[in-house]
Ligand binder design. Sequence first.
Ligand code: AMP
Length: 543
Amino acid sequence: MAKFVYGIDLGTTYSCIAYVDETGRAAVINNSEGTNTTPSVVNFASPTNVVVGQVAKDAKIIEPGQTVDFVKRLMGKSDFAISYNGRDISPQEVSSYILRKLTEDAAKLINEEVKDVVITCPAYFGTAERDATKKAGDIAGLNVLEVISEPVAAAIYYGYTREQSKKNILVYDLGGGTFDVTVMAVSSDVIEVICCEGDHELGGKDWDETVMRYIAGEFNSRTGYNDDIDESTQADLRLKVENAKKQLSGREETPVTLDVAGLRERIPISRATFDELTAALLNKTVDLTEKALTIARAKGVEIDEIILVGGSTRMPQVPRILKEKYGKEPRVLDPDEAVAQGAALYAVDVYINKQKSIFTWEENVKNGGGDAALPPVENAGAFKETLAGAVKTRKARKIIVTTTKSYALKVLVDNKDEKCNNLIIKNTRMDGDEINVTGHFGTQEANQETVELVVYESDDMNEYYDVDDDLIIGTAVLALPENLPSYAPIDVTFTLNKEGMLRVHGKDLTGNREITAEMHAKGIMTTEEVEEAKKHSSRIVVL
Ligand code: AMP
């Protein structure tokens, strides 16, 4: 039977899964309700059943305490999403149920177990958030080939669907809970990310909340009702408002009906009012777009095209303002499906590359070279299956990304001020699989016994910035030989891989003592915690 690999867009509000079919074409796989996207909402219906999707979204009104939405906003930020059945459940585990819903539904349609996946995340996700995304896949029992950025996936889809010469594109991605803007140079075989900016607290949800406040205010002034609106009416209003917002993308006016405490009002809202109410939100996206363009220009890149991704770009205000500002008609790309399909196409590339390296390694070992005990990739055996149909002859494209965060070490400047010294700066080109930067430092005082390496992750792009301990992602302690003078040389190397994982290596050049540490950002789950969550998950049926 044919073997497929999959791409998953694990979205804030909706998620989507796609694969590359026998003809080499990316296609979205519908869920068991027959829709191409699935609301990213998880309802803990009973100790043995979890419901994901539209039914869970509807259940949020009746069981708000048992239902989680917008879990993506917690990924890598918190180790707690909900407490249910006497257990605290992590965002990773909640997300794993969304992944299980998508993959289990897809497996039924494709008639094959879904195993190898590429999952997407916003471009500005840092180490902890990317790790959380991968762990969600681990808990769901998937083999996560790679976690890639959503706009990169969108660009792959774009680059793949058209024959073209090299073009510089700006991907404006406004989803349900996040905003991401990325400048990329795209040709048919290379995709280079030039820079990205974003705000993960900005998305369709904020447009909804603005309108909710307006409707509630109108309701109060029309009816004289003054009390708070209870949680379940709020949830109901949220659904109605989201629906009205979508209606306003196609028509000039639509009503929202609100029932509170026996009072009922039908409140019309026009597109003009909607645009006026939400202008400040839209302007925030324009400012971030401007910022990305400024960075791109500094690197000598002018954009040729603007691409819109994400459900919220269907609001007419989005293409209108971009056209006004940049004089270019933005191109709309299957907003709901582009990311998952691009991820699926990329999954094929990753799979083929892994397969190639295994075959080369086997060949080497057979000819007496290489180390038989050290296969080049994990689960080597699993990569031997031949992919379905035409895809196996396709040339894998190259992706050049930039760093999505800055990484700094705490240092003492001029022997007095503690500062964060960025060794790796956000938006730096990463040509290979990883980037290495070494800083040369010295011990502070004579006979120092240890050096504490304190590592920070931030969006700050300056060489030095003020210490902010909220930004610490890890520490490592380097033991020193005895009797060192002050200023004894210490080298610290940061190695960041394409997936945003950081390795820190400290070395004292006098005694050659070394320490290497993987940075465990706050909220990173340990292997034991993943295993524990997996155990729970395996006892739960996802509906
Ligand atoms: P995404 O995370 O990309 O799936 O985006 C989902 C967001 O897009 C949600 O906030 C939706 O309310 C919003 N959305 C979907 N369709 C429309 C539409 N026709 N008009 C306005 N917003 C929409």
